[in-house]
Design a protein around this ligand. Structure first.
Ligand SMILES: Nc1ncnc2c1ncn2[C@@H]1O[C@H](COP(=O)(O)OP(=O)(O)OP(=O)(O)O)[C@@H](O)[C@H]1O
Ligand SMILES: [Mg+2]
Length: 278
């Protein structure tokens, strides 16, 4: 990788521009203010992690960015265009991969489906599917059905499907929460490898602090609900990372410690300076 991209807070230069985002779920007689006020930008090719306490509004934020939920206030722009429904250049990997793959389709067909919807010709689709399955190490399982695979393999199918689509922006919502530690480490490295190889912009939600620091160039730490950004932490670790050595460096420990403290404070209700508690 080359040197890190300069990071615009928001505005020109950001591929993804989130401004004043607010989301209130309005129900019968009950309304929940999930996200209060979020403003941040993501530069093209950046890998940004988002952490926050459970129930903070991380999934809500991602669904708003993906155009799957209406905003109560504020705006989301992808490459300068307002998002008002699932935008073309975006792919999402959800936490519940089991439900996001179609059991009656083979692995190959699952990966191919969005490419069909995109209108790609058959030969082109074939080539992209083969390349994506190879990238996630699933070439041999192309003809299998999802239910014949382990959890980690299914999650790799979901990643292959997102990658084959060649999105400008890839959103991932706690994608590895349900796999074992070893598989998780492998998948983390897979995400970093694919990110470096494809130059895609990645927004990665996790509640694992170590994972956020290991993966990200930046970690956005969210407050408790109603969500605001507590801190935008720059991860100044070298781009070449590996599970053993990176995690053993003093800087990794410092960053981890810092994010951990922020999360503890978030859980205890800390808001950014000057902001009133809900
Ligand atoms: N469809 C909905 N209707 C009403 N309230 C909702 C809805 N979806 C989420 N919420 C509420 O919004 C808040 C934020 O939920 P969200 O799922 O975004 O949190 P999260 O940070 O992703 O949590 P977790 O870490 O547990 O995945 C919660 O209080 C939740 O109960
Ligand atoms: Mg969630």
């Amino acid at each position: 990788m080359t040197s890190p991209v300069p990071v615009p807070a928001s505005g020109p230069g950001a591929i993804l521009d989130v401004r004043g985002l607010r989301k209130v779920y309005a129900g019968q007689g009950r309304s929940v203010e999930a996200v209060r006020d979020l403003t941040f930008g993501v530069a093209p090719g950046e890998l940004v992690c988002i952490v926050g306490p459970s129930g903070a509004g991380k999934t809500t934020l991602l669904r708003c960015i993906a155009g799957l939920l209406d905003l109560t206030a504020g705006s989301v722009e992808l490459s300068g265009r307002k998002v008002a429904g699932p935008p073309e250049g975006m792919a999402v990997v959800f936490q519940e991969y089991g439900r996001s793959l179609f059991p009656w389709l083979t692995v190959r067909q699952n990966v191919e489906l969005p490419l069909k919807e995109k209108g790609l010709a058959k030969a082109d689709r074939r080539a992209k599917v083969a390349e994506a399955l190879e990238a996630v190490g699933l070439t041999d399982s192309a003809g299998a059905h999802p239910w014949q695979l382990s959890g980690g393999m299914q999650q790799r199918v979901a990643i292959a499907r997102a990658v084959a689509y060649e999105p400008q922006v890839l959103l991932m919502d706690e994608p590895f929460a349900a796999v074992d530690a070893q598989t998780r480490a492998d998948l983390e490295d897979l995400v970093r490898t694919l990110w470096q190889r494809l130059g895609v912009t990645v927004l990665f939600v996790t509640h694992d602090i170590d994972e956020a620091v290991y993966l990200g160039q930046r970690v956005l730490v969210l407050s408790n609900r109603p969500t605001v950004i507590l801190e935008d932490v720059k991860v100044d670790l070298p781009d070449e990372r590996d599970q053993l050595n990176t995690r053993a460096t003093p800087r990794f420990a410092e960053l981890r410690h810092h994010v951990y403290e922020l999360i503890q404070q978030a859980k205890q209700g800390r808001r950014p300076d000057g902001e009133e508690a809900p």
